[in-house]
Ligand binder design. Structure first.
Ligand code: HEC
Ligand code: HEC
Length: 484
């Protein structure tokens, strides 16, 4: 890569972005929990745009060519930490949390939750990867204009946030998609979706992609001729939960989750520990409600307080995560290798032909086959993390661009991205897709062909290109997908 050009672009990006002051996204929500968690819709797009980010690019003194990131669907470390540490962190990722503390663990499950361990949903074929498990989100639309004026509707969360937790530690506080007449929720929440679990293998490399690289990919898309100029990947700036309150920048380009709702693995871990397992932690100290009803400590439903200090530093409040498991989850994911391909199939003539056709029809305009991570030593995540040697200057082959697109499948839910993202979904990274039985964000497409035929909107021309291929050529593309 031409480093001079990169740093010039970076400078322009910086000047453009540093203009305004940081603004906590979710705090602007009256009556909503004061957190940046992705369970709470941000309704204004400008809040997003006003949160500055770093370019995350540095000049190299002794430039070396990037090398391929290590791959493997196994339990091996990518050398971010040693194997012994990685195995320990994997065990923490696999721990099934309970309601009350015992001799081996801290407790804290619930009051509302989805599962007992990260690995319950991130497991196939190894801890950290995917599963068939889906989650529920719901809300409704409001029309800010009179019925005669044409204006875009706005998404509003179901009471307490769009995530409808599937489990509770007491049946009296079980959530479900409203209406729930017995507690006075008579309104329908008719914007609903299921969301399939995502792979986290290789996510340390994804985290190490600089903001500038993602902005450049987005900028390249409107000029693309293969897609007929339809493709416009959108980036959104997401608060970094671990950033210091007086940090110059607080945000970063989102890349994790179906809605790009997070930009750092630590923020995601804190959010998931709370929203999936119901365990408050130093980044998210407020328990979720049950459809807006307070069910935390003191309500009679939740036995553990959320103001407990951290074991290792009593000046910090850790809530129910006294051991700072969120750091172990983060270190685990950062140390995973990127998903590997089925080598034998990948070498076959048909898969190779399929790969060529995949590019020729324009699938790779969004499903990018190559991205290079930031140089080692680059400060990312609003200055809180330095890209280590194991993750920096690596070539990854995610077959995704980590940008939001409207391909006609958008689920109508707004999370950290503002209303302009309502109908958009992140390009599904296709690495490891052969381990997914249910496809697309909602898990409702069961074959590769069905998933491809759902591509409309920004992918309309590319899908048409696909459909105009011969049956044999289409099959070759699918064989290529089966090798990923
Ligand atoms: C009940 C199932 C479930 C549990 C438990 C769970 N997750 Fe997830 N995870 C999901 C789903 C579903 C998504 C996609 C969410 C979305 O974007 O709507 C996801 C997405 C992620 C992502 C984003 C991956 C990417 O590349 O975009 C990360 C990181 C993650 N989870 C980490 C964790 C951690 C850490 C834990 C444990 C604290 C955890 N998850 C627990 C289901 C689960
Ligand atoms: C405009 C960008 C764009 C183009 C072009 C595009 N895709 Fe996609 N693709 C997406 C998005 C966005 C999703 C996720 C959609 C969702 O979850 O609702 C996706 C999802 C998929 C999935 C499902 C993967 C999974 O893990 O669930 C497959 C398979 C897929 N695309 C294959 C293709 C193929 C083959 C082509 C070319 C014929 C193509 N895509 C072209 C954006 C694109």
């Amino acid at each position: 890569m031409n480093r001079l050009k990169t740093s010039m672009i970076a400078l322009v990006v910086l000047l453009f972005l540093a203009a305004t002051t940081a603004n906590r996204v979710a705090n602007s929500q009256a009556g909503k929990p004061a957190t940046g968690q992705a369970n709470v819709a941000t309704n204004a797009d400008d809040v997003q745009r006003q949160c500055p980010i770093d370019a995350e690019v540095q000049n190299c003194t002794f430039c070396v060519d990037p090398t391929e990131a290590p791959t493997g669907l196994d339990d091996k470390t990518n050398d971010f930490v040693d194997q012994g540490q990685h195995d320990k962190d994997r065990e923490t990722f696999e721990v099934r949390d309970k309601i009350l503390p015992d001799a081996t663990q801290g407790g804290g499950l619930g009051p509302v939750y989805n599962a007992q361990a990260c690995a319950e949903c991130h497991q196939n074929p190894v801890t950290g990867a995917v599963s068939q498990i889906t989650e529920l989100r719901a809300g409704h639309l409001v029309y800010p204009c009179s019925p005669t004026v044409d204006c875009a509707p706005s998404f509003v969360d179901a009471p307490g946030g769009s995530l409808i937790n599937d489990r509770a530690i007491d049946p009296r506080i079980q959530e479900r998609v409203p209406p729930v007449h017995s507690i006075g929720l008579d309104e329908e929440e008719d914007v609903r979706t299921t969301r399939i679990s995502l792979n986290t293998m290789g996510d340390g490399f994804v985290e190490a992609i600089s903001n500038t690289t993602l902005l450049k990919i987005a900028a390249s898309q409107p000029y693309d001729t293969v897609s007929g100029g339809l493709v416009h990947g959108q980036t959104i700036n997401i608060p970094i939960e671990e950033a210091s309150p007086d940090s110059r920048v607080r945000c970063r380009v989102g890349r994790f989750g179906h809605k790009d709702q997070h930009a750092s693995l630590l923020s995601f871990s804190g959010d998931a520990y709370l929203n999936e397992i119901g365990i408050t932690n130093r980044l998210f100290l407020m328990e979720n409600t049950s459809l807006g009803r307070f069910v935390g400590f003191g309500s009679g439903f939740d036995p553990l307080p959320d103001n407990t200090p951290c074991n290792d530093d009593p000046s910090i409040t850790c809530g129910e995560d006294k051991e700072n498991d969120i750091d172990a989850f983060t270190r685990f994911m950062r140390a995973t290798r990127a998903p590997s391909r089925d080598k034998e199939l990948a070498e076959s003539g048909k898969a190779k032909e399929g790969e060529e056709l995949f590019k020729k029809v324009g699938c790779d305009v969004c499903h990018r086959s190559e991205i290079v991570t930031a140089l080692p030593g680059t400060l990312i995540n609003a200055g809180t993390f330095k890209v280590p040697d194991a993750l920096g200057n690596k070539i990854i082959r995610p077959f995704g661009d980590f940008l939001l697109h409207d391909i006609g499948t958008g689920d109508g839910i707004v999370q950290n991205g503002g209303q302009s993202t309502r109908l958009k979904v992140r390009t599904a990274p296709l690495w490891g897709v052969r381990t997914h039985t249910r496809l697309m964000h909602d898990g409702l497409s069961l074959t590769f062909l069905e998933a491809i035929l759902r591509h409309k909107g920004e992918a309309e021309i590319v899908r048409q290109n696909f459909e105009s291929l011969s049956q044999g050529e289409q099959t070759e593309i699918i064989i290529f997908l089966e090798s990923l």
